[in-house]
Design a protein. Structure first.
Lengths: 165, 523
């Protein structure tokens, strides 16, 4: 039979156990970003271009009829150069490498930028074939971000290349 | 002494003091700190039970999952709401208890030798428990789930395991489909199933496993969690919206602490910490530690194949095989990798009785470092040297309170590998050999370094377990105490109690008949 003091002690200790769990199960509250901050997520997954060579008629004639592809394309994909400017200041300049042992996979990037909410000038430039100079995809726009808003920079060749959403 | 040993011993001292402090209100059997493994398993069953109900009522659609859980918490608060809260708080409790269990076993140096298997199988369970916990938060698909899912994906993307960033799955609200939730539910069931399988392996090499704590602990724990569930029900945050970063959130620091840690540092540092901690836990047994004690040895000629050592061994180190010399009989066989060298088997062996007349007492299973024969020799020699009106023999577990200070002209102290290695017949042998009383000190209930030594000793002396102490031994001449290391005052007080009792004239008039081994007929 438990003594009254032991019962009281157990009640206090089980109560402390429950209180400890109850408190740290919800508190202290977590604030991932400040109230006046918005988020720009840059997420691109794209296959770099390949430098293909047109086969000559002699070459094609030597090949089996079912394998006479007019272009000779290497397996490797080009690196992709990417630059992002915010309000005229570069915030990212990188080169994305193709994945895979033979460098024939997609080049990917995922970055997040915390920026002050408000109006900004955002410019994104991308070159998916580094044999050629410059950038073959460019998107520049004035954006307006509300506090805690998430804006995504993505790329889809079917939607015209770079786009913001 | 290395830094690790100093740290471990310091932590062990603190843990032991807290543990002993809780013995006051709880007692050894109900002390949660002494039964953290069993308490963890109990919390897991609460999680499983409440989870089964939640699984049956959960709708696995983007909007439906949130509304079906909200319905439970708000409309069906008396059942679904309480069960949801129990599910969450028991999960938090499980994490807490699991961490304390890990710290306790490390403190007490229980990670090498015969405990290596349990230690190593416990390490992956930490990962499985946290994966299960984090996955559970995603199912609700509220803002907390959004933060956790996105942060976890970003953390995983730091590792070179995905060809495309998994965080791309959480870019925009239309990135998530109903199929994601179906997959999530399967993961949240599959990983806990792996956890349960891992737990089975974790306790596989010990016997008499405490799968559950005592009924009182179970009821009190459940009651505490139910009260918490009613006072502070687990509720969802606002629904997830991947187009917006959630603001201030109620946050579960037991399970989701890894996300703020990542925000505060970087994915690289978090992975480094996680892998370093795991590697450290795996490497701990490789650190220098005391050499293993000699293991139990079976004497085939004296082993009767009675199974008692098999029944009492705390670590399933004994198996019974056909006796090579006696057809139809069995023989105990010791697995040296599992043997803890506690001697509990020697205490359980009926051949260990000191009343046998043989000059050399060879028992069925014995400890080379403290054979039963040597124990009898020591007892016989010291008994002849005792003087005074109240001659007392103190049998003391060497891992419990230091009894050496009790030695006196009328008191002899005999340290034991573990109290459980003392055959109960030694108590009667001491009394019939000239002692007026016997004090037997065990570790505190539930605090035995070899798990079951104190329990088997109490049960044997109470006649509840074989081999038992004969009823003809007056209970008043035997004092059982439970004093852990550092608790010498309790041991001393127990001896004073025994001496006071022995002063009783009526008791003094009931001595046991003396026994002269060399003149007896025992084999």
């Amino acid at each position: 039979m438990l003594k009254p003091a032991a019962i009281i002690g157990q009640v206090i200790l089980y109560g402390a156990f429950a209180a400890f769990i109850g408190y740290f199960a919800t508190s202290p509250k977590y604030h991932q970003v400040a109230d006046d901050v918005a988020l720009i997520k840059l997420s691109i997954s794209h296959l770099g271009e390949r430098e293909c060579r047109k086969r000559t008629a002699e070459e094609l004639a030597k090949m089996p009829p079912n394998m006479r592809a007019p272009l000779d394309c290497p397996r490797e994909r080009s690196d992709i150069r990417l630059e992002v400017d915010l309000d005229g200041q570069p915030i990212l300049q990188t080169v994305m490498h193709p994945t895979g042992l033979y460098k024939d996979g997609v080049s990917t990037i995922y970055k997040r930028f915390e920026v002050k909410a408000g109006s900004h000038r955002l410019a994104v430039r991308m070159n998916d074939n580094l044999v050629k100079p410059g950038f073959n995809f460019v998107k520049e726009e004035r954006i307006s971000l509300k506090p805690h808003q998430v804006m995504v920079i993505d790329f889809n060749p079917d939607q015209g290349g770079l786009f913001f959403r | 002494m290395s830094f690790h040993t100093t740290l471990r011993k310091g932590a062990s001292s603190v843990f032991l003091r807290i543990e002993e402090g809780l013995d006051g209100p709880f007692g050894g059997a109900d002390n949660p700190l002494r039964h953290l493994g069993a308490l963890g398993l109990y919390l897991l069953w609460i999680i499983v039970g409440s989870g089964l109900y939640l699984y049956t009522v959960l709708d696995t659609g983007i909007d439906a999952v949130y509304s079906s859980i909200a319905y439970l918490s708000l409309e069906q608060w008396y059942l679904g709401g309480v069960l949801r809260s129990l599910h969450r708080y028991a999960s938090d409790g499980f994490m807490l208890v699991m961490t304390l269990h890990l710290i306790r076993e490390w403190c007490y140096g229980r990670y090498h030798g015969f405990r290596l298997y349990s230690w190593m199988t416990g390490v992956p369970l930490l990962w499985l428990a946290y994966i299960s916990g984090i996955g559970g938060y995603w199912i609700v698909w509220d803002q907390l789930a959004q933060v956790s899912a996105t942060a976890t994906a970003e953390l995983l993307d730091w590792l070179p395991i995905f060809s495309e960033p998994s965080a791309r799955n959480f870019l925009t609200p239309d990135s998530i489909s109903d199929r994601f939730f179906t997959m999530l539910v399967f993961i949240h069931i599959g990983v806990p199933l792996l956890l349960i399988l891992g737990l089975w392996a974790h306790v596989h090499r010990i016997s008499h496993v405490d799968y559950l704590p005592t009924r009182r602990v179970m009821l009190a724990t459940l009651l505490a969690l139910i009260v918490l569930s009613l006072l502070q029900p687990a509720l969802s945050n606002p629904p997830a919206n991947l187009a917006v970063i959630p603001g201030e959130l109620d946050f579960d620091w037991f399970i989701l602490f890894i996300h703020p840690l990542t925000d505060l540092t970087s994915p690289a540092i978090v992975w480094l910490l996680l892998f370093a901690l795991t590697a450290l836990l795996v490497a701990l047994p490789l650190l220098p530690h005391p050499p293993p004690e000699p293991v139990a040895v079976v004497d085939a000629a004296n082993c009767t194949g009675c199974d008692r050592c098999l029944a009492d061994c705390p670590y399933a180190a004994i198996s019974m095989q056909p006796h090579p010399l006696r057809p139809g009989f069995k023989l105990a066989v010791v697995d040296s990798d599992l043997c803890a060298a506690c001697g509990i088997c020697a205490g359980s062996c009926p051949s260990s009785t000191p009343f046998r007349r043989r000059e050399t007492l060879v028992t069925g299973i014995d400890m080379p470092q403290q054979p039963v024969h040597a124990l009898r020799e020591q007892l016989e020699q010291t008994l002849t040297g005792l003087s005074g009106p109240r001659r007392v023999v103190v049998f003391a577990c060497a891992r419990g309170a230091d009894a050496s200070g009790l030695a006196a002209a009328d008191t002899v102290v005999m340290p034991l590998l573990c109290a459980g290695m003392l055959p109960p017949s030694f108590v009667e042998y001491a009394l019939r050999g000239g002692a007026d009383g016997v004090l037997l000190n065990t570790c505190r209930p539930g605090g035995c370094d070899f798990r079951l030594g104190d329990r088997w000793t109490r049960e044997r002396l109470a006649g509840e377990r074989e081999p038992h102490l004969r009823r003809t031994v007056p209970a008043a001449r035997l004092q059982l105490s439970a004093a852990a290391a550092g608790d010498e005052s309790t041991l001393s007080a127990a001896l004073d109690d025994l001496r006071t009792r022995l002063d009783n004239e009526a008791l003094a008039g009931e001595p046991l008949p003396p026994y002269l081994r060399r003149a007896s007929n025992h084999a």
